[in-house]
Design a protein around this ligand. Structure first.
Ligand SMILES: [Zn+2]
Length: 258
């Protein structure tokens, strides 16, 4: 991103290049840039806009938060689109999350919003069965949701997200609804729980990476403050959660503070 931004300052659009660009303005884009300044690239994969006589911007159909890049004039190629998508994945990208509807969870009855960005991330284990396939993790998610809603009487599964050793992230209450996982920390944190019991072993590397990617995603999307504190459940309540081995692991993670 830095390199691309730097390049734009040294390049000037030729008149021929300007003529090659279409004149039809696209549908107004959510960019803050007036739609009449946008021009459609010939391959119709990207949008350009002219500003300050020589700087072009680009609208790329990539994940949320990745709308505009300032780049050099020669941008109407799929190759660059791919490069930009990759840059976007690094700077703003998020891992894919298996939605609650995809794991066939019940609809939420919760209505208390989580005030974001939150200052904390709290790590848990479910202290139940681990899972290393998507179908097993989906079953586990449904079981936990049933327990939390039917036995505990909660409005939904308690955690904001769950992580399986199949490397997938499963949506719980998500980024926008207050969780039920750490009492006083519920309103000020996102709760992430690993499927399984991690007293004698840590989750596998794929699951650990998924959780760390999810935290980065939360920061890039503005749901978690960049100065967040990472905690284990035991740091904020009297509990063994998230298990000794998982707790040892997260103590080495970025921004951990007991
Ligand atoms: Zn816990």
């Amino acid at each position: 991103m830095t390199e691309i931004t730097r390049r734009k300052e040294t390049q000037v659009i030729s008149p021929a290049r300007e003529r090659r660009l279409g004149q039809r303005a696209p549908t107004p884009l959510k960019t803050g840039i007036p739609s009449e300044t946008w021009r459609e690239c010939p391959d119709r994969k990207v949008w350009e806009f002219l500003a300050s006589g020589r700087i072009f911007g680009l609208k790329v159909p990539v994940p949320e938060g990745c709308g505009i890049f300032l780049v050099s004039p020669e941008i109407c190629t799929m190759k660059l689109l791919v490069i930009l998508a990759a840059v976007c994945a690094i700077t703003n990208g998020c891992p894919s999350i298996i939605s609650k509807s995809a794991w066939k969870g019940r609809g939420t009855k919760c209505n208390v919003k989580l005030n974001t960005p939150v200052n904390n991330v709290v790590i848990h284990h479910t202290e139940g069965a681990f899972c290393s396939s998507q179908s097993a993790c989906m079953t586990q998610a449904r079981n936990i949701q049933k327990y939390h809603m039917d036995s505990k009487g909660w409005c939904d599964i308690g955690y904001n997200f769950l992580i399986g050793e199949d490397s997938n992230i499963y949506e719980g209450r998500g980024w926008k609804i207050r969780g039920a996982h750490a009492t006083s920390y519920n309103p000020i944190s996102v709760g992430i729980s690993f499927f399984g019991s991690f007293t004698n072993r840590a989750p596998n590397a794929k699951a650990l990476k998924a959780a760390q990617d999810l935290i980065k995603c939360g920061v890039s999307k503005g749901f978690i403050r960049s100065t967040y504190t990472l905690k284990g459940h035991r740091n904020v309540m009297s509990t063994d959660c998230p298990g000794n081995k998982l707790y040892q692991t997260i103590q080495k993670w970025h921004r951990f503070k007991a």
